[in-house]
Design a protein around this ligand. Sequence first.
Ligand code: GRF
Length: 199
Amino acid sequence: MLRVAVLVSGGGTNLQAILDAIDKGSIRNAQVTAVISNNPGAYALERARKHNIPGICVSPKSYDSREDFHQALMEAVEKSSADLVVLAGCLVVIPSCMIEKYRGRIINIHPSLIPSFCGKGFYGLKVHEEALKRGVKVTGATVHIVDEGTDTGPIILQKAVDVEKGDTPRSLQQRVMEQAEWVILPKAIDMIANGECEV
Ligand code: GRF
């Protein structure tokens, strides 16, 4: 049974997709052992609590230094006994000590087809604003391994989504979440949990 810690910062729709996939059996042999948020107000914590999963807040505001925050974050992940760390709408820059300790075992969902519209500053609505500004006809989402770079680790899965006439950043974000993020993130976890991931 793969133990999964999910790191979140916001609404938790990707977390919900993971929990629903486990409940309906489309993620096999995995369980979420903790949901960890840097944001005490993240609705993702409420989603965890509704699922009887420990919802833990590790906020940088509670620590005197970035190093102390990183240490606390690492301890929260270690306490979950996680085999896999999933960044699901997580806006925290993962410390190098955690990347080292969990080398190849941290994955992230990014709301574009990497290498387009990614890297420093490309998160949330900004990704979709830039895609619309560039005039791409197709965008999508990517699940990748987290390394020391920003959105630079090996790609596990991608799924394309059409940009539609009249799209706004919000309408595009919603379609990318519904048609891509909420599909490939659970799929990637299932692949990893069952030895079907080749990266
Ligand atoms: C969304 O912008 C999503 O595209 C990205 O993280 C943000 C929030 O996701 N992956 P969530 O609803 O908190 O999972």
